[in-house]
Design a protein around this ligand. Sequence first.
Ligand SMILES: [Zn+2]
Length: 167
Amino acid sequence: METKQYSLKLLKKQEADTVKKQCKMCGKVTIFTDTTIRRHNANGKNIYQFAIYKCPKNHSWNKKLDSYKSFTNHVDPATLVPSEFQAIEEGEKISLSVADHQSYEINIAGADGNFRLDRTLADYIEGWSRTEIAQRIKCGSILLNNCLTKPSQKLAVHDKISITIKK
Ligand SMILES: [Zn+2]
């Protein structure tokens, strides 16, 4: 049985960031709010990360955050993957498919704030409600550090969540 491993960094929700600047569409200075949506654009060998901001009239402005070099052509990207752990990005949802894997592991790479097990899983797993997750925790198909736990259990760094999907 293959286990797919993920890593997840839990960060405190931050106050929406705002920037006062000229909106070309509105034709005046207005307040842009960070939607917290991030986009990656590749341009040649560089990958740029943008934060998407919106003005009150919903016009977008992409704030450039970072750029980093992408893989060079003669290096096989597979050899550069640091580990078998796949990072779950903020705002992303993973889908646990019974066909590919029967067991999953989510490793908590950071926990800045109070994060309940059931709520966190509902936030990051596609199509699983909190009620459904609570039932899976109670029946032991979701374990924390290989032990039975409760849905309201708080997560800490280095915790390991194991999920077994029964067909
Ligand atoms: Zn505008």
